[in-house]
Design a protein around this ligand. Structure first.
Ligand code: NAP
Length: 277
């Protein structure tokens, strides 16, 4: 029930019509009787600053940010958590009066997806494919749970080196970078492989790692999700009996973490999961 006191939350992006986030968040609010409602707002890039000012003026409790605005949010908030600062991408904003706090819950979402899948991270050697916003957020969060070594393989080596340097400055000492030419060397050493490239979003995409290296005691994490189905990487990893943290689980748990920031209480993850399953 929407009341006169209902607090508004939103997803700001473009496009947003396909998003599962309203179903996911509103299911938890309904299940727990919380007086919040979550809607999607389609915002053009050049209107983002005005939209953010409007959100403050309208006293929204906060909002999520998705493509293409995650990076553009950085200068529009007053404070950043470490994941947002290092990744240069904000996916969650909490509004406290006129103060906007920017967070990145994507990395924490992947950590929770790994915990659920029984994927051990502490002390492990992890290979992350990609060096963009999701890769950086995952690297920061994995650092926070005591990953042993982080190896980053990226198409553009300079982007990987920039991320490595930021992570080292943040205190993560054991970070190495690889070009995609040296991918096999990096995979062989890894216990956990994370796909944080968009490979898998399109039918015709190649697997992010050669098929021969999927499985073999190596856990697979895939940030990519395909509504209603599995990515080819996740499907192959499951067929080979590997532990898997799939992108839809990361999506669920980044939402759980965002909701915790807005409401100050544990989110109803079961209701959220039922809504998107
Ligand atoms: P991004 O910032 O644009 O970074 C993309 C990264 O992938 C870059 O390192 C890029 O390499 C690399 N890349 C792009 N195309 C490639 C290709 N064809 N082959 C090899 N590498 C390629 O994107 P992002 O925000 O990190 O998102 C990455 C993926 O994660 C997307 O599919 C996104 O939907 C997904 N994601 C999922 C969740 C979730 O909740 N499940 C959350 C966030 C993101 P260069 O540096 O060489 O350009």
């Amino acid at each position: 029930m929407i009341s006169g006191r209902t607090r508004l939350l939103a997803l700001i992006g473009q496009p947003v019509g396909h998003s599962l986030s309203p179903a996911m968040h509103n299911a938890a609010f309904a299940a727990d009787g919380l007086d919040f409602v979550y809607v999607c707002l389609d915002v053009e890039s050049d209107a983002l600053p005005d939209a953010v000012k409007g959100a403050v003026a309208l006293k929204l409790r906060g909002f999520n940010v998705t493509m293409p605005h995650k990076r553009a949010m950085i200068p529009l908030v007053d404070e950043l958590d470490e994941g947002a600062r290092i990744s240069g991408a904000v996916n969650t904003v909490v509004i406290e009066g006129s103060i906007l706090r920017g967070y990145n819950t994507d990395g924490g979402g992947m950590v929770m997806a790994c915990e659920e899948a029984g994927i051990e991270l502490s002390g492990q050697r992890v290979l992350i494919l990609g060096a963009g916003g999701a890769a950086a957020a995952i690297a920061v969060a994995f650092g926070g749970v005591g990953v042993g070594e982080l190896h980053i393989a990226n198409r553009n080596l300079e982007h990987a080196m920039e991320l490595r340097d930021k992570l080292r400055r943040a205190g993560l000492r054991k970070v190495e970078v690889y070009t995609l030419d040296a991918l096999e060397e990096a995979i062989i050493k890894a216990k956990v492989v994370v796909n944080a490239t968009p490979l898998g979003m399109q039918e015709e995409d190649a697997l992010p790692i050669p098929a021969g290296y999927v499985g073999g005691g190596r856990a697979i994490c895939d940030a990519v999700y395909l509504p209603g189905t599995e990515t080819p990487l996740v499907r192959l990893a499951r067929e080979r009996g590997a532990r898997v943290a799939a992108g839809d689980r990361m999506l669920l748990y980044q939402g759980v973490l965002a909701q915790r920031l807005w409401t100050g209480r544990e989110a109803n993850a079961k209701a959220m999961n039922d809504a998107i399953s």
